[in-house]
Design a protein around this ligand. Structure first.
Ligand SMILES: [Zn+2]
Ligand SMILES: [Zn+2]
Length: 384
């Protein structure tokens, strides 16, 4: 905790340090270190072992920093608060009204997730009045989606049949907001989560370890991609008999989720048929290849496979919340590099549930999804 508080203290001098850095044409170390520790993405490691009290103290220090320099647009206080809401559940309880007073907004507004009923109702009023000069309708809808309680669900359900007066028919359907917060409404208006509560680190194998446990990452695959003919790769190979894999609610002994190193990496979901006994076959439901798909030449097939990072990962510790979404992990929420993009199951047309993600490169992730009832899996890719 002390490191984060110290970084916040350093952050008061960031504008000056940045100026110095520009003058000297080299980064100032204290500045870089503070930014790295406070910033988003990849830095949740420093937050995940904090207690609620420590998290709260840091949140108050972040608000103090914001109040001291409200016009500075480095978004560091907002990033700190977002890290806390992801990694230290409970630490922002009773503080969210202070965010609203300060008109704080950041990324997909997850920082409002633990909002109390009064703050939620104030957000609703801002939305209905349509007069907030500080929050866009998108920001308010995303904040509500993250709150996602029964009242919010009822509103989204209602808006399906009767478009509210503050929304024009030209905007996106209001149904597109809940998935930004990891859920969707069923046709009956019931919340259906698109992520699992269980969440595990995927970590590099300790050297010379032969027993790799219930999870294999990037294993060979016997199948080929129906579009580009490249051999598929098994992105995630799961031993369903291991008790830690029960959260998937997938009957059977083995589940394999495959990717195509050519097509998946061109940011189109690639679907495979799966069952609980290790079946993994490229699905005809992929349909025709999309218009802009690049096909590899014969000579580059091996190159593409060889280029794939050979990181061997195994199942690590359980994460304490599903919202710790950085790096490679199994279960929990996806750490979207861009916007939320849960693929629609081509069979049942519901959004597929997130199974896990693999950190391919810095700010480039491969995501895996599953529709248990249809026996379909998907892999998807995003980068900055
Ligand atoms: Zn392919
Ligand atoms: Zn389905």
């Amino acid at each position: 905790m002390q490191r984060i508080l110290e970084a916040l203290r350093v952050s008061y001098t960031l504008p000056e340090l940045e100026e110095m850095a520009r003058d000297e044409e080299r980064p100032v170390k204290a500045f870089e270190d503070a930014k790295a520790l406070l910033g988003e993405a990849g830095n949740l490691e420093s937050y995940r072992h904090l207690t609620i009290e420590e998290g709260r103290e840091i949140a108050l220090a972040a608000l103090e920093r914001y109040d001291a320099m409200p016009t500075l647009d480095d978004f560091l206080p907002q990033q700190v608060l977002t890290n806390l809401v992801k990694a230290v559940p409970g630490s922002l309880k009773e503080l969210t009204s202070l965010f609203l007073e300060r008109r704080l907004a950041y990324s997909e507004e997850q920082l409002f997730r633990e909002a109390d009923a009064a703050t939620r109702d104030r957000i609703m009023v801002l939305l209905e009045r349509g007069t907030s000069a500080f929050y866009t309708q998108e920001e308010l809808l995303n904040a509500l989606a993250w709150i996602g309680d029964e009242l919010v669900q009822a509103h989204f359900h209602q808006w399906r049949t009767a478009l509210p007066p503050w929304r024009t028919a030209k905007g996106f359907p209001l149904d597109c907001y809940p998935p930004n917060a990891g859920w969707e409404l069923t046709s009956e208006g019931v919340r259906r989560d698109l992520y699992y509560q269980a969440n595990y680190d995927l970590v590099p194998t300790p050297t010379a370890q032969t027993d790799t446990g219930p999870v294999g990452i990037l294993k060979p695959h016997e199948g080929t991609c129906g579009w580009c003919r490249l051999p598929l790769l098994t992105l995630i190979d799961l031993d369903l008999t291991d008790s830690r894999m029960q959260f998937l609610e997938m009957p059977g002994t083995r589940l394999r989720l495959a990717l195509c190193a050519n097509c998946t990496l061109q940011a189109q979901p690639v679907f495979t048929e799966v069952d609980g006994e290790g079946k993994s076959v490229w699905s005809p439901l992929n349909g025709e290849p999309w218009e802009y798909l690049c096909f590899p030449g014969e000579e580059s097939l091996e190159e593409i496979l060889e280029d794939f990072p050979p990181h061997v990962l195994v199942l690590g510790q359980a994460r304490k919340t599903p919202f710790i979404d950085h790096g490679s992990h199994l279960g929990g929420c996806p750490g979207w590099v861009q916007h939320a993009a849960y693929p629609l199951c081509p069979q049942c047309q519901r959004r597929m549930r997130f199974v896990g993600q693999y950190l391919y490169e810095v700010e480039a992730l491969i995501y895996a999804f599953l529709c248990v009832s249809c026996g379909l899996a998907a892999t998807h890719y995003q980068q900055t």
